[in-house]
Design a protein around this ligand. Structure first.
Ligand code: ADP
Ligand code: MG
Length: 246
């Protein structure tokens, strides 16, 4: 589904990502850990094609196509979707109207999902205007459900969300990523950024990566990596990386 090779990215004069390699198969969901400022949001914004991020070298392939220089709207058309860490407010645009424009689903399906998310009252509101952190996250999930992309990136879907809603959001993301289907029937892929890991109690993820200082310092089994981070902090990942390299 997604293949990233040798990717280096800068913002202005600052090099943020270095020599990133990442492969995500169809039907697989990966999780990305890393401290604040490591470059996690930079990575998914680069995959999306946000022009603020300059690709210095390397390539990004999606469904076998080289999308490295493709504009953002074409990537969206190919099936890349994102749930933002801090989505912008769009005054003057009702959530309902935005959903109608971006979806191929029946409106009844959207309404049903809005009900599951306890979000029906927000359909008449302007997109994200005055939404709390948790409400903006549910708005993002509803938009992703409407768009129904094949590859979905979630940037901290659990941050700012009440404890009782983390389970709800985790369960819905799991379903959006086909994880309740048999492995051979799974078509969707995902990349999930999370700080806390609590949401992973409600989801099936296949592989985890640690991004530290713009490099992928470690890749492996999600639970094992998360337990190590909780016990020893991110510094241990870097020590381990340096030992492997030298
Ligand atoms: P994360 O999502 O892992 O917390 P980010 O990808 O948001 O990290 O940021 C990575 C680094 O890039 C940080 O050091 C951040 O300050 C820097 N950065 C982000 N946006 C800009 C910008 N517009 N100009 C300069 N530096 C930036
Ligand atoms: Mg971020």
């Amino acid at each position: 589904m997604l293949s990233i090779e040798d990717l280096c990215v800068k913002i202005g004069d600052k090099e943020i990502l270095k020599d990133i390699h990442l492969y995500i198969d169809s039907g697989e969901t990966h999780v990305l850990f890393g401290p604040n400022g490591a470059g996690k949001s930079t990575l998914i914004n680069t995959i999306l094609g946000n022009p603020k991020y300059e690709i210095v070298s390397g390539s990004i392939y999606f469904k076998g196509k080289d999308i490295t220089d493709m504009p953002m709207y074409e990537r969206a058309k190919l099936g890349i979707g994102i749930s933002y860490q801090s989505p912008p407010a769009i005054p003057g645009v009702k959530l309902k109207n935005l959903l109608e424009i971006i979806t191929n689903r029946d409106w009844s399906e959207i309404e049903k999902m809005a009900e599951i998310l306890n979000f029906k009252d927000f359909l008449e509101r302007e997109v994200n205007v005055g939404f709390s952190g948790g409400e903006a996250k549910r708005s993002e999930i509803l938009q992703i459900y409407a768009q129904n992309p094949d590859f979905i990136m979630f940037d901290e879907p659990d941050s700012g969300v009440d404890v009782e809603n983390v389970e709800l959001i985790g369960t819905i993301i799991n379903e959006l990523l086909d994880k309740n289907k048999m492995p051979s029937d799974r078509k969707k892929s995902g990349l999930i950024i999370t700080h806390m890991g609590h949401i992973l109690n409600f989801m099936d993820v296949d592989r985890a990566h640690v991004l530290y200082n713009g490099i992928v310092a470690c890749s492996g089994h999600p639970e094992e990596i998360l337990n190590n981070i909780i016990k020893h902090g991110y510094e241990r990942c870097v020590e381990c990386y340096q030992k492997k390299e030298h």
